[in-house]
Design a protein around this ligand. Structure first.
Ligand SMILES: [Zn+2]
Length: 567
């Protein structure tokens, strides 16, 4: 089992130990209780190196009890066994997004989708349609407008929006999240007038008389944004159910939530108890002193509610993002020579929380994008581990986007996991060269350089920042090309992953990064029966066809949670 290629992360022995000898029992001829479910006549990529490709598997209760040939599986068929003949289709383990935002997706699904709008008139029409369904006074949020796609690239002004939607406060976030466009009702509620000053790090767009015209940039977004009420618990529960349905429809059976509040974690647990979750949800607790104190006292908890919720990790932030030049760099931005970015947390804070985490048995996962951000995190982890050693800590760096060559081997040496999102590479490649210049790009999204040091790379999307579909990251991992197959041959193609590694990155390696590899991540006897049926073989079709793949069905614990509509 090549889960990892180096001693620091070696877990092969524990993985083998987790697999009961179902096959041995059946070939010894001992009577076997009948399976509840048999999936057969399929190309099943198990992500289990001991049997990587099989044609059938059997499930009893919510766990896999057998993998192998269709003939052997048939011997486990009883009167009540459900048999799924996959008709030669491809089956893979249920996919897990190792870095995403559960509540963020829920909120985004409730907002008006403005992606792809071609004019401000179209934006207003979509908001108006939403307003017609909501009582007056209810806030309407939206996301995804981009005035660069409207012909006239100047920022919009609020007059037409305010006239069309006078009775609902409206806040529409720009596609990159760095500006919002609001109506008069929203500005009135927020008390924003010509007298309101620009906050530091922010800008209010104004007319000739100084009156706000409805667009608020960067830190000025909070002037109105802070007035948007949080969803009630019932609204959030309903929105989370929509988010779960979206994930299931795309072949995701689990996710790692990169920073959740205590209130949301309690809601997730309540949903799991009521069997409303149907997810393998690995929670990272957001960096909040009270929440951390509480959960460190409670201690790490795993596989709660029959393998639905894990609370044993913390999310910290080292630096900002590349698009807004907030990622912390060792040398200045190539397109901004006086700027080396921002550290969002003091290095001493990361070290201190890491020490507390080690003492309490929690994993620490820190956001780091720039090469300085990454070095700061590795240094802080180093100090914490020296002070409070723990063998199997599995600390992570979230994103690990830009690495100095000297830091690439440190992940394997320290047993730190780079948790990366392949779709960020294909989203950023158009402009990142301007920010960094050519030399630093050799350490950018450097998957192969990292893999060759012996680490594993759990993959993810960072939704709702990127699209939910995990095959976008699978495709980016193997091609380093966008959906239009640009650039030819791939962007820094020497860093591509093999398909086998790309599949592991969204199944077994994601599970390992969440201490879940004994329960999920591969189609292996003893693990939960989480799997996905696809309409084509993503391990064999040309890379340019991968994004046309349809998920036919998604199964969690042997239960079908999604079936594609017939067509
Ligand atoms: Zn994130």
């Amino acid at each position: 089992m090549r889960l990892s290629r180096s001693a620091p992360l070696a877990v092969a022995a524990s993985l083998l130990a987790a697999a009961p000898a179902a096959l041995a029992q059946s070939s010894a001829g001992a009577p076997q209780p009948a399976a509840d479910l048999i999936v057969t006549n399929a190309r099943i990529y198990t992500a289990d190196d001991s049997r990587p490709l099989v044609e059938a598997f059997a499930v009893r209760g919510n766990r896999i009890v057998f993998t192998g040939s269709a003939r052997e599986a048939a011997t486990l068929k009883g009167a009540a066994t459900r048999v799924v003949d996959a008709g030669g289709r491809t089956v893979i383990p249920g996919m897990v997004d190792a870095h995403a935002h559960f509540a963020g997706l829920a909120q985004t699904l409730r907002a008006v989708d403005l992606v792809g709008t071609k004019s401000v008139t179209e934006v207003i029409a979509r908001v108006q349609a939403k307003a017609a369904t909501l009582p007056k006074g209810t806030w309407i949020t939206g996301r995804g407008w981009d005035q660069n796609a409207w012909g006239d690239t100047r920022f919009p002004t609020h007059d037409a929006l305010s006239a069309a939607v006078p009775d609902h406060p409206v806040l529409l976030t720009r596609v990159d999240g760095h500006a919002n466009f609001v109506n008069a009702a929203a500005m009135k509620l927020a008390g924003v007038t010509a007298a309101t000053k620009d906050p530091s790090g922010g800008k209010i767009q104004r007319d000739a008389n100084g009156a706000p015209t409805g667009v608020f940039i960067d830190n000025a977004q909070r002037l109105v944004g802070s007035k948007v009420p949080e969803l009630t618990r019932d609204e959030m529960r309903a929105a989370l159910k929509d988010a779960i349905a979206r994930m299931h429809s795309l072949g995701l059976v689990g996710m790692h939530d990169a920073g959740a509040s205590r209130a949301n974690i309690e809601l997730f647990e309540d949903m799991a108890q009521k069997r409303e979750l149907d997810l393998r949800l690995y929670v990272m607790i957001g960096d909040n002193a009270e929440a951390l104190k509480h959960y460190f006292q409670v201690g790490p908890r795993s596989a709660l509610y029959d393998g639905q919720v894990w609370v044993r990790a913390v999310k910290l932030y080292a630096d900002g993002a590349m698009g807004s030049r907030g990622a912390a760099l060792l040398e200045p931005y190539s397109d901004d020579p006086n700027n080396t970015g921002l550290l969002l947390s003091a290095p001493s804070h990361i070290e201190e929380v890491a020490r507390q985490g080690l003492a309490a048995g929690f994993q620490i996962n820190t956001h780091a994008i720039g090469d300085r951000g990454n070095r700061v995190v590795l240094d802080a982890y180093d100090k914490a581990l020296a002070a409070t050693p723990r063998a199997d800590h599995r600390f992570r760096v979230e994103h690990a986007q830009i690495l100095h060559q000297d830091d690439i081997p440190r992940f394997a040496q320290m047993g730190v996991i780079p948790s990366m999102q392949a779709s960020h590479q294909t989203s950023d490649m158009y402009w990142i060269g301007k920010r960094l210049g050519p030399t630093r790009l050799y350490g950018a999204y450097a998957w192969q350089s990292l893999l060759q040091t012996g680490v594993i790379i759990p993959n993810g999307s960072d939704f709702p920042v990127e699209a939910v579909n995990p095959l976008i990251s699978f495709h980016a991992s193997i091609a380093r090309q966008d959906a239009r197959d640009w650039p030819a041959g791939g962007w820094y193609p020497e860093q591509k992953m093999s398909r086998e590694d790309a599949l592991r990155s969204m199944t077994l390696w994601a599970a390992y990064a969440g201490f879940q590899e004994k329960e999920l991540g591969s189609i292996t006897p003893g693990k939960y029966a989480d799997f996905v049926v696809l309409d084509q073989d993503i391990m064999r079709v040309p890379a340019e066809l991968v994004l046309q793949t349809r998920v036919l069905s998604t199964w969690v614990g042997g239960r079908r949670v999604y079936e594609a509509p017939a067509r």
